[in-house]
Design a protein around this ligand. Sequence first.
Ligand code: TYD
Length: 136
Amino acid sequence: MKIVKKNLKSQVDERGELTVAEIGHDIPFEIKRVYFLKDLKTDVPRGFHAHKALLQVMYCLSGKTNVLLDDGKNKETVPLKAGETLFIDKYIWRVMSDFSSDCVLAVFASELYDEADYIRDYDQFLESVKARKTHG
Ligand code: TYD
């Protein structure tokens, strides 16, 4: 599994910090939706799903978290801290955990919200990964 983690470019001057995310450079798709996660319970993990079509880039604005990525074969826990982005491909099971109390996440998404695009059952996720391999 290829982990694509980047730092967004920031300009810091005496007025503060300005951070830029560019389509094609930092985000490998046209963004149709952005959502934000904040006031997260430090000991309550979230996610526990994969998507059939959706591509996402998770951006940590503040604090830190750990993101478990699982492609059905390999699992990797990726630490994400303020200023960093993580690309999450389709058919990747993800679990975010260990949020710092100041953790704020923005998620850039390639599609509008569609509950039918979610796979929320882990066994079904493994079946879907197998079926994709068999049928291409
Ligand atoms: P969910 O994606 O399950 O959150 P997480 O993976 O962080 O645990 O979404 C939580 C709830 O919010 C769920 O009921 C669906 C709803 N939701 C929307 O209505 N629109 C959205 O764009 C997102 C991401 C979630």
